[in-house]
Write a protein that binds this ligand. Sequence first.
Ligand code: ADP
Length: 498
Amino acid sequence: MATEIQIDERAREFVGRDRPMLIGGDWVNAASGKTFEVFNPATGQVLANVAEGDSEDIDRAVKTARAAFEDGPWATMKPAERGRIVHRIGDLILEHGDELAALETLDNGKPFAIARAADVPLAADNFHYMSGWATKMDGRSISPSVPYMPDAQWHAYTLREPIGVVGQIIPWNFPLLMAAWKLGPALTTGCTVVLKPAEQTPLSALRLAELILEAGVPEGVVNVVTGFGETAGAALVAHDDVNKVAFTGSTEVGKEIVKASAGNLKKLTLELGGKSPNVVYADADMETAIPGAANAIFFNHGQCCAAGSRLFVEYDHYDEVLEGVSEHAKNIKVGSGLDPDTEMGPLVSKEQQDRVQGFLDSGAEEGAKTTAGGKAREGDGYFVEPTVLSETGPEMKVECEEIFGPVVTVRPFKDASEVIPSGNETKFGLASGIWTSDIAKAHRTAKALRAGTVWINCYNVFDAALPFGGYKESGWGREMGSEVLNNYTEVKSVCAQI
Ligand code: ADP
């Protein structure tokens, strides 16, 4: 192992103490006094103790967010001023880039270099992008005809207003970035928030909340309640004074949230699982398609809802791509995220490691052939080998269920007429990839794939300006772009007879 990266001093200090949660402007313990342990996935050692919020804390946080929404200056502040504050959050993220990246590596396990080069700047960029929308949340002027009042004159227009108190529940795969995706649009539109980070990875959201206060967001606008999904998360979803819940996580929990949120019919957006097809046509540039297909699945250890986990390759180049992706998998350096040579860190938790191992066992039982990897690594930390499976079929668990780990299935196909139905043969519809040098074929295939994102000759390209979200069981609504703003605003029609 190369010399470990020196952990940013502030990050070391941040994990060294018990972490309270943020309600209003106060850093508080849970009402129950309970805490829970957060682990370093590279070692399995306890990293920090964090306040274990539950329904009582959620209720306090929601009341605080409600007061901040109704009485505070946030929703009524001049949009330019609110935009400047949201922009400043992005600046502070960049200023604290080393520290935030170190927290991500310690808490989530991802390589420091990747957290520093991707998670941190993308999180900052999301606030910067969203800040510009604060001044552009315009309504429209409308000319009604009102057929039963032929002689009347009208002045009518729409207003876009913040939706109110928002509950946001985020996962552990990109802890900082998911917080940014959620908070950016909520803040720029003037909403107030109760954010519940994933219990595996709450640290960067807590540090981000400090930076949010430092940026000038008034107290009570952002509240962060740490705790478990079944307690704190469920209480937030069921709370009758929450106007909207934005959730990113598994499809299974997403379905529970749909039911649990019904009490006050709060608005809901869901960014859920995926089982994304990645299609390599024979005319693709294999020098980019092969590493591209490997990156599509192995980026972030396969813990991406958009992961290109079902690889389809046109027959002529099937052997070449299977071998190329397998070689790539075998050469990935797996290790601690603090080792500068590491390309893939551990999975986030023991539970996740066991889950992925369960899929690998089921693949082997159902007759899949392993051409790279195939098992969890023994010893400390939650490592799983980058794995390539061939001779799989759509009926196998490894092809139809989301694994959320570094495991790809590779299947040959004859032509577009075969691969498009195969690609769409899934209950999910989050993302997809196409590799080809034929522009017309690329766009015809893009149109035919039932997925919220299609990447052509690239994969895992995310940007604050690109809407992201799912068809089918991959979710409701879109994150990012201008589309996300619809989720955080209500449209009011104002109609005056003049
Ligand atoms: P995973 O299975 O990959 O951990 P989950 O969907 O369980 O993903 O978790 C994503 C987020 O949802 C986490 O913040 C978790 O605490 C939260 N969560 C889990 N179960 C519930 C629930 N029943 N109600 C609300 N939030 C939940």
